[in-house]
Design a protein around this ligand. Structure first.
Ligand SMILES: [Zn+2]
Length: 220
């Protein structure tokens, strides 16, 4: 008897799917729903302060994925540090350009927070190189007790949303490793370390890109 009820539910679901199938966006998830799944919230650094002291326009062409290597701070704590101007970096010619670190999004297992408009350059990748001049920077949190696979999945969805919105191809979704830092040792950073194999993009990175692609293909 119970089995019949379950079968009935599945049949009902299939029926709904067929009805949805008549719409032009068959099998797709609306952008608004994926943004809700990401749990994306704006918590911008005020314009003209700290990491936004100098506003440098950008047309985003890449998405750069990082991990914080900070085992004690979640996304809200990183956002607070950015807003307080706590994340300073030595400003020097050919190095950090503004005296602060700044990036666009921080993701953890609960939320994705935006710190910087995607039309402004950050300081997260390669000093005055193309990683900073052309890419949206996403930091993944890895604080103790957080669920890494949930964080990674949320990051993959956010990357898919940004690809769709800004017409960025999958080949331009890159790890921080992709951007050599002139004068740093090693120039190519082992970041995000938990998605690299022996410090380089390999099987784990390809798996991550497959998750981004999966979510991208869910969008209309
Ligand atoms: Zn990094």
């Amino acid at each position: 008897m119970r089995l019949v009820v379950i079968v009935g539910l599945i049949a009902g679901f299939a029926q709904c799917s067929r009805i949805d199938g008549n719409t032009p966006q068959a099998g797709k998830v609306p952008m608004s729903r994926m943004i809700r799944e990401v749990n994306l919230k704006a918590d911008l650094v005020p314009r003209g302060r700290h990491g936004r002291k100098v506003v440098r326009p950008m047309k985003p062409r890449y998405i750069t994925i990082h991990s914080t290597q900070n085992y004690s701070a979640d996304a809200w704590q990183h956002s607070k540090a950015l807003k307080n101007g706590a994340l300073r970096a030595p400003k020097r010619p050919g190095g950090n350009r503004i005296g602060y670190l700044i990036w666009h999004f921080t993701v953890d297992d609960r939320v994705a927070l935006q710190h910087l408009p995607v039309y402004e350059q950050g300081e997260h990748a390669d000093f005055n190189g193309p990683g900073n001049r052309l890419s949206i920077g996403i930091e993944m949190c890895e604080h103790r007790g957080s669920n890494r696979s949930v964080t990674i999945e949320r990051t993959a969805k956010l990357a898919a949303v940004l690809m769709k919105r800004h017409d960025i191809p999958l080949r331009n979704v890159v790890p921080h490793y992709h951007w050599p830092r002139r004068g740093a040792s090693p120039p190519n950073k082992n970041c995000p370390h938990f998605l690299l194999d022996h410090g380089r993009p390999g099987k784990k990175w390809r798996w991550f890109l497959s998750r981004v692609k999966h979510h991208y293909q869910r969008l209309p």
